[in-house]
Design a protein around this ligand. Structure first.
Ligand SMILES: Cc1cc2nc3c(=O)[nH]c(=O)nc-3n(C[C@H](O)[C@H](O)[C@H](O)COP(=O)(O)OP(=O)(O)OC[C@H]3O[C@@H](n4cnc5c(N)ncnc54)[C@H](O)[C@@H]3O)c2cc1C
Length: 457
């Protein structure tokens, strides 16, 4: 393998510390030589288990031990924003590492960098009280427990989060929760001990963005019931899972509220910023892995068609070139968002985060699709990781808000430039018209012609 630094885009190489360069090589070796082989063994261990929802810790625990010995733990916490608990890397540096983590099913969890725990740890670290941090953040940072974030509800269109109906009532010194949630990722894990639940106080503010709160609910609280696990295009994602959970008169102390009543939207905005690009960063790695599998398949001497290697057919070499180009371009978009978060914060990088959130999964789906196609029927089966990777990448067009919502926001913001750009173009045409007169040029000449020069002046 070349050293990882040679593959860092040249436009950001100067921003990567010597320490991060060293760790990038360690991450790459750990993922390629330890995690990816363990992925295959893990999936065989799950298939052979009496229940896919029981804990199967051996392979993963071994990887966690190795990761900790190598110093690969909690790299996602940026040093500028969490100086006391960070592993000492920037978002940019973690972005480069996350690309490698995205090539493996287990690598993110093995290094305690997996969703939804990363976002949940950031929430408790940023907004939690000292007691909440003591009780929940510490074991999460240690990787002793896992967590889930419960926002989406089955009965409302949740991409508009102000629709959320989970009822929170303050009764005495307790909050009482009633309602249901689904797509609660990670709720299947036996080690998932804490739910961050977003709900609504109906008696409070008229402002739809100040009615919701985030409450910490231990997973074993009476009244919490996991009704079923949802599948993702046929994959159960066990033992992580995506729960459909009901809450019937679930009582927790008032001290379990995060930040305060009506502050839920502030929390989700802070939580989803970096989380969205973590998904995008890992997606780049998935696309790289798909390209690697395609390269192997299209050069397999045993699988020739019409007298040629597949790689000798023009269309296939075109797929390879396009995949390379699209991955490299998308990587720049993700790393640009990471740099912007490092320099400002997630709020200051909303456009860049949204660009990465929408663009990268679409690119990844295209590259994986080409790789699947190059394998023929095998590409859609369990004999390659491609079908599962495609299903996972497809979720990213919906997870953390569907593409359309981000595009709507981005489109509206971009459209705000309409007045300034129209004024600029009018100024340019007026100046052009003056030049036409000064040089005695017929108005019908030139690339704008008569009509265009006069219109909109
Ligand atoms: C694998 C997976 C894991 C998930 N994990 C979690 C989790 O851990 N916690 C959690 O709370 N949620 C989770 N989710 C849920 C996810 O965040 C929601 O599904 C998503 O926000 C969309 O909400 P919805 O399903 O209610 O769709 P709806 O809000 O009903 O939207 C349906 C569709 O309407 C369209 N649409 C919406 N708004 C607009 C618009 N403005 N313009 C044009 N079209 C629009 C979009 O195409 C959208 O897909 C997960 C989902 C999946 C698939």
């Amino acid at each position: 393998m070349d050293c990882a630094s040679s593959r860092i885009p040249i436009i950001c190489r100067d921003r990567v510390s010597r320490k991060a360069l060293e760790y990038l090589d360690i991450v790459e070796k750990f993922v390629e030589e330890e995690c990816i082989p363990a992925d295959y063994a893990w999936s065989a261990q799950l298939d052979g288990a009496s229940s896919r929802w029981e804990a199967h810790p051996t392979i993963l625990n071994d990887l966690k031990d190795k990761a900790r010995k190598l110093g690969l733990w909690n790299m996602f916490l940026p040093k500028a924003h969490f100086p006391t608990i960070s592993a000492g890397f920037s978002n940019l540096e973690y972005g480069l590492m996350a690309e490698y983590l995205g090539k493996s099913v287990l690598a993110s969890e093995a290094t305690n960098c997996s969703a939804p725990d990363t976002g949940n740890m950031e929430v408790i670290a940023r907004y939690g009280s000292a007691a909440q941090q003591n009780e929940w953040l510490e074991p999460l940072l240690e990787g002793r427990i896992r967590s889930a974030f419960l926002m989406t509800e089955p009965d409302v269109a949740s991409s508009d989060a102000s629709n959320m109906q989970m009822k929170i009532e303050k009764i005495g010194d307790e909050y009482v929760l009633n309602g249901s949630k689904w797509w609660s990722s990670g709720a299947g894990e036996p080690s998932c001990k804490i739910f961050l639940v977003m709900g609504r106080h109906f008696q409070n503010s008229k402002d739809p963005y100040k009615q919701h709160s985030v409450i910490l609910v231990p997973a074993n609280t009476p009244g919490v019931k996991i009704e079923r696990m949802l599948s993702v295009m046929g994959f159960d994602d066990a033992p992580h899972g995506h729960g459909h959970i009901t809450f019937s008169n679930v009582r927790v102390p008032v001290s379990n509220i995060v930040l305060g009543e009506g502050r839920g939207f502030e929390i989700i905005q802070g939580r989803l910023g970096p989380g969205r690009i973590h998904h995008a960063m890992r997606s780049i790695g998935a696309a790289e892995k798909a390209l690697e599998w395609m390269l192997m398949r299209v050069n397999d001497p045993a699988k020739r068609t019409f007298g040629r290697q597949l790689s000798e057919h023009g269309v296939i070499i075109d797929w390879i070139a396009r995949s390379r180009m699209e991955i490299d371009a998308s990587r720049l978009v993700v790393l640009n968002a990471a740099i912007k978060i490092d320099e400002l914060n997630a709020k200051g990088a909303l456009r860049e985060i949204a660009e990465a959130k929408v663009l990268v999964p679409t690119m990844t789906l295209t590259v994986i699709d080409r790789a699947m196609q190059s394998f023929g029927g095998a590409g859609l089966s369990q004999d390659t990781p491609l079908a599962a990777m495609w299903a996972n990448a497809r979720t990213l067009r919906i997870v953390d808000g569907p593409d359309e919502v981000h595009l709507q926001q981005m489109g509206r913001n971009e459209n705000k430039r309409r007045e300034s750009v129209t004024a600029k173009i009018k100024m340019q045409k007026a100046k052009a018209q003056a030049l036409f007169m000064e040089h005695n040029l017929p108005a019908s000449r030139g690339f704008l012609g008569n009509g265009m020069l006069k219109s909109m002046l």
